[in-house]
Design a binder for this molecule. Structure first.
Ligand code: ZN
Ligand code: MN
Length: 268
């Protein structure tokens, strides 16, 4: 039951209330909130891929920094055709923007009101970002927080931590771009490293990257999304690439949080 992404000791869901109180009392409690989606990822990856990956990264970062992982938010904003294949596809169950903003606002307000010093939203679903940002901004307004040296919120999408050097190793034939990395080499390789039992590589289909217009059209023209629901093929994915990306992202993100929030470096 243990693997690179399964660390119950850093999960607040596995922590009792009195231990939680002691953690708050340190005055330096940092909660990582993984965010994902319920979204089709082609025939070879599970619907919860985005949240499984953000949670695994959060757990590894928590182990490096002494932070803790709050319960993940495993629904996300609507899948868009040019980044997730589209919200019309079976297997995609989404929140609207108002709801995601509201949920984010409540979670951030509640965690900070409890005495958490810093909240880190670790996003794993492309379409979420601006709505998470808005929820954070509204929560800080609710709490009247504006001091630079006080409680704060950090927001990021994990793929922004993949370095140029790592990209070169993972995509020897050229990088297709983060927006169409849906069900492709990034997510498939990470899943092969972290959750290999949930990947059905024999069902993966090779096809050219999706050719999508510069505009969005609604209702979506369904035929523009490749049959697989993936925007780029997982061809060339392997666990070694997943491990390379995972370890580099965890190291660089941990270093950033140590520097930015004054967390402890090294295994907790
Ligand atoms: Zn995804
Ligand atoms: Mn997604």
């Amino acid at each position: 039951m243990t693997g690179p992404g399964i660390h119950p000791e850093v999960r607040l869901s596995h922590t009792d209330a009195f231990t939680f109180r002691d953690w708050l009392a340190t005055g330096q409690a940092t909660a990582l909130v993984p965010v994902g989606a319920f979204e089709q990822h082609g025939p070879h990856l599970p619907l919860g891929t985005d949240g499984l990956l953000s949670t695994a990264i959060a757990e590894a970062v928590a182990r490096q920094t002494g932070a803790r992982v709050a319960q993940p938010l495993t629904y996300g904003y609507k899948s868009q055709q040019k980044s997730g294949g589209g919200n019309h596809l079976p297997g995609t169950v989404s929140l609207d923007a108002v709801t995601l903003i509201g949920v984010t606002r409540c979670l951030v307000s509640s965690l900070l009101a409890q005495g958490v010093r810093h909240v880190v939203l670790l996003n794993g679903h492309y379409e979420n970002y601006q709505f998470l940002y808005e929820g954070v901004d509204l929560a800080l307004g609710d709490l009247g927080l504006s001091a630079e040296d006080g409680p704060s919120v950090v927001l990021l999408s994990y793929w922004d931590y993949v370095s140029e050097q790592t990209l070169g190793a993972v995509y020897p034939d050229g990088f297709p771009g983060w927006d169409i990395e849906h069900g492709g080499v990034l997510e498939t390789s990470l899943m092969l490293h972290l959750e290999p039992g949930l990947v059905q590589l024999e069902r993966a289909v090779d096809h050219p990257p999706a050719q999508l217009p510069r505009f969005d059209r609604l209702p979506v023209v369904a035929g523009r999304t490749p049959e697989t629901g993936c925007l780029s093929a997982p061809t060339g994915s392997d666990a070694g690439k997943g491990r390379l990306m995972f370890e580099q992202v965890v190291a660089d993100l941990s270093a950033d949080l140590v520097a930015e929030l004054g967390l402890a470096a090294g295994p907790a």
